[in-house]
Design a protein around this ligand. Sequence first.
Ligand code: 5GP
Ligand code: SF4
Ligand code: MG
Length: 466
Amino acid sequence: CGIFGVVGVTDAASFVALGLHALQHRGQEAGGIVTHHPEHGFNSARRFGYVRDNFTRPDVIATLPGSIGIGHVRYSTAGSKGATAIRDVQPFFGEFSMGGAAIAHNGNLTNAAALRRELIERGSIFQSSSDSECIIHLMARSIQKTISERIKDALRRVEGAFSVIAMTRTKLIGVRDALGVRPLVLGRVGDSGWALASETCALDIIGADFVREIDPGEMVIIEGNKVESSRPFGAAKSRFCIFEQVYFSRPDSQYGGRSVYETRRQIGVELAREAPVEADIVCPVPDSGTPAAIGFSQESGIPFALGITRNQYVGRTFIEPTEQIRNMGVRLKLNVNRALIKGKRVILVDDSVVRGTTSRKIKDMVLEAGAAEVHFRIASPPTAWPCFYGVDTPERSKLLAATMTEDEMRDWIGVDSLKFISLDGLYRAAGEAAGRDPAAPKFCDACFSGDYPVVPSDKIEEGFQM
Ligand code: 5GP
Ligand code: SF4
Ligand code: MG
């Protein structure tokens, strides 16, 4: 999901709409905005579909007055699957004795099922099927005197990955879980406003200056011109999601002073060193394979070519929640440039192999177009484990790499060669010169390594074996 918040601007809703538009790649199912105005109170709008189709409409924006607002774009990983219900669309809102508050959550709580059971037993009335709603109910049960203290209380009880943006009538609040699994950044808007966003690309679109990342385990409370920082969860160590670097984030966003594009290009460089192959052209599977293909071409000296064209009017296949839509998706979205491919030995660079269905269809298209050889190079290690922290990887049995060796995957996809970047190579590309330190890895890489930094307790209760 993508989250955005702003305070200290005239017409916050327009800023939030723009920020969410820049974060659309993080969730395409639905979006929501909450604002507050001293006379009109809290107002909200939740809509299915793209931000541009809903929140650019003057009649919608006019219902959201105020100089403070937050928003959310949804991608369902928890809660209702396939058909998102409007009641699952964030931000969630609650009235407390000290006033109202809205929250937007990116990530996934790994103990939400247990918390929900407990809360319902004690009288909470849930409105949605979303894991994030637990936070509002935990806040309602807190005995603290301020909203910010209640948020702290609530977030001390949840486990898993969360970046949260919350608002009261006057305060904009940002929190990141102790491992900083999901991103959150702070920006300055002119000289009176502040913004919080999942990624820096959402600051760029509103002309805000990037100030810094919120640290793992940090909470910021912004009011007027003040940004107050605290560490409610004790000592924190960063385990930022490495898949944000590979696929999820936009390439023009920055983490740790470096663009995601540069990390992806560097993955291609590492891949060319680890798994060289003689060929005539290097083609990305657009868009997510493009920067790595550029790096591969630069390092290998094999010419880069756009052998596959992506229809820009189709969303991310990754984010389509049902298998059926995802199956059709490949042809709706990608087409081969025959003239370029015919008779050539082709290296295809893609970001990941999950179920393997995409790779197999692309191979079919490239062979039909007359390629002499097809070699797959993958910008992530084999995805062998599900993610429980906010990325929708399927259960183990559906992951190709959970049931097959690399050679078996090559034969199943039906290509001349298939190589994945090593975990060490991926860490080097992400700026860790020494590779992955198994005793203290710098990133979450559980979907590749099976090394889960937070015990997925709900899933274990359901029978998942680590
Ligand atoms: P596959 O067909 O192997 O399941 O999907 C892999 C390709 O589709 C990659 O190009 C990736 O960008 C995208 N994709 C589709 N679904 C998923 C998913 O659930 N997880 C990941 N990591 N990538 C996915
Ligand atoms: Fe990211 Fe994979 Fe960890 Fe999920 S399991 S947070 S996708 S690295
Ligand atoms: Mg892709």
